[in-house]
Design a protein around this ligand. Structure first.
Ligand code: PEP
Ligand code: MN
Length: 336
């Protein structure tokens, strides 16, 4: 349920309303924008008398929210959420590119790539340390060592770092990481999501391979209801009958998600296509569709990458892509 307040509500009446709502055991989520002042109510609102609230002098309107996601709902929070990641802002018109290798492979590799993507305009560095691989015989990541290398690369470049968590018990290792990534395969690891909800750290939540937007938003809700509202959503392609691409990039979800939620939405064209040649056109399309950012795999030597070489672009190709994106950005679609 949301209560839309009139401009400059009387303080005493406002406090009384809040107290009354709290006495019914409801959590209140206040959202104050330039032209809006909304109270979002979370909890069992079945006992709340809509007519009674509507009759209050300070109330403009009261509406029930049908969708099961509340905190993530744009109706709760009409303005775009802007997330500050160690000084880099994403969302609400702030566009950012996260780039780096699929996996951290060595100190030299991650530092070399970090410096080169930074030069081309990337504002955050990605790199997997714990890798979810289909085969147990494939490279599983450098694990704790990989996180240390990312921290070293951050020291050199000042780029905030993004890396994936697969297991709740690994959380202490992620203490100094700037954004924790929840991979597609973990999107519905609800115990993990609950733990991430207790952190004061942005979470990059990727859409699962076969998950609907509503399921994605419900996973975001798991994190937000714990108190962590800094969630960035990522479309990374879904499983369809098509085998010509690794996944099918579901680009229409970008404007659709922006209508459903206030959270930033980014696109990962690398995992969505599985093909380095498709990364540039799909990046451009994602920008045009209004994405708040991109997550792109860049490798200095793609044929010898330990993971996802076929979809990794070279630092030179990344530089070229960044230039083309900058031309499209001013014309990108914006959800109003
Ligand atoms: C990744 O970003 O390296 C990754 C494993 O992505 P996804 O979870 O989308 O497959
Ligand atoms: Mn990858």
């Amino acid at each position: 349920m949301i209560i839309i307040l009139k401009d400059n509500p009387n303080k005493k009446q406002f406090d009384n309303l809040i107290q009354w709502l709290k006495s019914m055991g409801l959590d209140i989520h206040e959202s104050k924008g330039e032209n809006t002042h909304i109270l979002g109510l979370v909890g069992d609102t079945s006992r709340v008398d809509i007519d009674l609230i509507n009759a209050l002098e300070i109330v403009e309107d009261v509406k029930r929210i049908q969708e099961p996601y509340k905190n993530a709902n744009r109706k709760f929070h009409p303005e775009d959420t802007v997330i500050d990641v160690a000084g880099v802002k994403i969302g609400g018109g702030n566009f950012q590119v996260i780039a780096g290798p699929c996996s951290v492979e060595s100190y030299d590799q991650i530092c070399l790539i970090a410096e080169s993507v930074k030069k081309s305009g990337a504002t955050m560095l990605r790199g997997g340390a714990f890798k979810p691989r289909t085969s147990p015989y494939s490279f599983q990541g450098m694990r704790e060592e990989g996180i240390k290398m990312l921290l070293e690369a951050r020291k050199i470049t000042n780029l905030p770092i993004v890396t994936e968590i697969m297991e709740v018990s690994h959380l202490p290792l992620f203490e100094d990481v700037d954004i924790i990534q929840v991979g597609a395969r973990s999107m519905q690891n609800f115990e993990l999501l609950k733990e991430l909800g207790k952190l004061d750290k942005p979470i990059l939540l990727k859409r699962g391979l076969s998950n609907t937007l509503q399921e994605l938003l419900m996973s975001a809700e798991y994190i937000m209801v714990g108190g962590n509202e800094r969630v960035i959503l990522c479309e990374r392609g879904i499983r369809t009958f098509e085998t010509a691409t690794r996944n099918t990039l579901d680009l229409s979800v970008v404007p659709l998600l922006k209508s459903m939620t206030h959270l930033p939405v980014i696109v990962d064209p690398s995992h969505a296509t599985g093909n380095a040649k498709l990364v540039k056109p799909m990046s451009m399309a994602a920008v045009a569709a209004g994405a708040d950012g991109l997550l792109i795999e860049v490798h200095n030597d793609p044929p010898h990458a330990l993971c996802d070489g076929q979809q990794s672009i070279t630092p030179e190709a990344f530089d070229d892509l960044m230039q083309d994106i900058s031309h499209i950005l001013p014309y990108a679609f914006r959800w109003e």
